[in-house]
Design a protein around this ligand. Structure first.
Ligand code: ADP
Ligand code: MG
Length: 475
């Protein structure tokens, strides 16, 4: 049966009214395919491109089943990787559950647990949480898990990477084994699928398009830029174009994000029109920046990959990858911040020669070649400073060694291989962008960044502000 309206699902009037009020008329393909399965209590692995309504796909069946406020203990648990995303999902629960009396709560770190504990004690039906804060509150005896009947992993592959899997395993140990599991993401490779078979029971996999397909509505382009300075010049040029109305600029490290912010806010964008967020920014700063961006009060958001996953802001006109993400799948997620809910968007990537290696890997994942264009005539191509050139050559050597462990390369002397090229790069950039000092904790931590093959069983320290935020358990 073809589903052309929400009325065809077995949802109650309260939910249908909320859906109509949100302006949803036709269910998206992932909603059409997974809502009936979830209502039928199956374990579901839902894969669909960014911006295609996965949130409502898993929330509507949950809201239908949990139905109304009852008792004190949560009956559904939704886990997501970042605080911003947890808040956004909790907001979606408010909107879709508007005509129900369901009590729901967002649990995330970065602020004291007092209010969260109070709300828990008053009784809650649905919890949306980051794994770290959920476990903390469970351990302090604030959460009774025995009535949880549904668990969702949003951004499921991210939730099962090395940074999170240990915490997910702990959570799986404390919630009832007899439950429904719903896993959703735009990317879900073979490795995570094998991992998920550990705890899914005969899941039904729904793949709207092959995993890691980039959103149809996003056009992509690469500009080759030989160095940091040229990337900055290109940014300067682009940001003066008229149609760059609501832009997210992604950077790999906190240091680079800060440097981009400093440059743009000093010379190109009015300071009140631009914000920067990353794992070292305080929770309130992060919330305020996201809110201002969502409301359209700021033009540019500079971010590390903390904002790569899930964040839904309407009318993001452009995503700029100042550099490529460490986790290749995050390319799909980064550019998926634009072109959402049937709108179009543009994704622009800057590329140095040291990044060619990464772009090839990304193109393999997305099964497409990203078109390239020459730098616009108005962009000044800067000379590459000696230090930066050396850092890039070292990176290229390292990449070759990864492919061929016997390769020695030009920089095989011990003292050099021990250096962290990311840190060198951040230092060089700080000088160029006019920053006084590189951010003390803005390391381009690269150790093991690409060695994800080692599987999810590696236990890593959770949290700690040390990592560039893309793998830490607490973001
Ligand atoms: P995903 O998780 O797949 O990246 P989201 O769940 O964040 O996407 O949804 C993207 C946007 O689409 C949201 O703004 C959401 O409100 C909107 N949306 C969801 N379902 C529909 C629908 N059926 N019709 C129109 N818009 C929808
Ligand atoms: Mg989502």
């Amino acid at each position: 049966m073809e589903i052309t309206s929400f009325e065809q699902f077995e949802l109650n009037r309260q939910l249908l009214n909320a859906v109509a009020e949100l302006g949803y008329t036709v269910p998206t393909p992932i909603q059409q395919k997974t809502i009936p399965l979830s209502l039928g209590n199956h374990d579901v692995l839902g894969i669909a491109q960014t911006g295609t309504g996965k949130t409502a796909a898993y929330l509507l069946p949950i809201l239908m089943k949990v139905k109304y406020a009852q008792g004190k203990n949560p009956r559904a648990l939704i886990l997501a990787p970042t605080r911003e995303l947890v808040m956004q999902i909790n907001q979606a629960v408010s909107e879709l559950g508007k005509y129900t009396d369901l009590r729901h709560l967002a649990l995330y770190g970065g602020l004291g647990p007092k209010t969260q504990i109070e709300t828990l004690r008053n009784g809650v039906d649905i919890i949306v949480a980051t794994p770290g804060r959920f476990m903390d509150l469970y351990r302090s005896g604030e959460i009774v898990t025995k009535e949880i009947r549904t668990m969702v992993l949003d951004e499921a592959d991210k939730m099962m990477d090395m940074g999170f899997m240990p915490q997910i395993r702990s959570i799986l140990e404390i919630i009832p084994t007899k439950r429904q599991n719903l896993l959703f993401s735009a990317t879900f490779g073979g490795r995570v699928e094998r991992l998920s078979s550990e705890f899914l029971e005969a899941p039904i996999k729904v793949e709207v398009t092959p995993q890691a397909s980039t959103a149809d509505m996003v056009s992509q382009v690469i500009y080759e830029a030989p160095n940091f300075r040229t990337k900055i010049n290109m940014l300067d040029y682009l940001m003066r174009q008229e149609d760059f109305q609501r832009v997210i600029i992604f950077a790999r490290t906190k240091g680079t994000a800060d440097n981009i912010y400093k440059f743009l806010s000093r010379k190109v964008i009015e300071p009140e029109k631009i914000r920067v967020i990353h794992a070292n920014k305080g929770q309130n700063t992060r919330i305020n920046a996201m809110d201002a961006f969502k409301e359209g009060n700021i033009q540019v958001l500079v971010s590390t990959d903390v904002a790569a996953r899930g964040i839904d802001v309407a009318e993001v006109s452009h995503v700029i990858n100042f550099d490529l993400p460490l986790i290749y799948e995050d390319y799909v997620h980064r550019i998926g911040r634009t072109g959402r809910a049937n709108r179009t968007g543009e994704a622009i990537t800057f590329l140095t020669k040291a990044e060619e290696y990464h772009v090839q890997k990304i193109e393999r994942i997305i099964k497409a070649t990203i078109p390239r264009q020459p730098l616009p005539a108005g962009v000044v191509v800067a000379e590459t400073p000696f230090e930066e050139e050396q850092a890039m050559l070292r990176e290229i050597d390292e990449q070759r060694r990864k492919e061929d462990p016997t390769f020695l390369g030009a920089f095989h002397e011990k003292k050099i291989t021990n250096m962290a090229p990311g840190r060198e790069r951040d230092k060089a950039q700080a000088k160029l962008s006019g920053a006084k000092k590189p951010s003390p904790s803005g390391p381009g931590t690269r150790s093991g960044s690409f060695s994800r093959k080692s599987g999810g069983s590696v236990s890593t320290k959770s949290g700690g502000g040390k990592r560039s935020g893309s793998r830490g358990g607490r973001r």
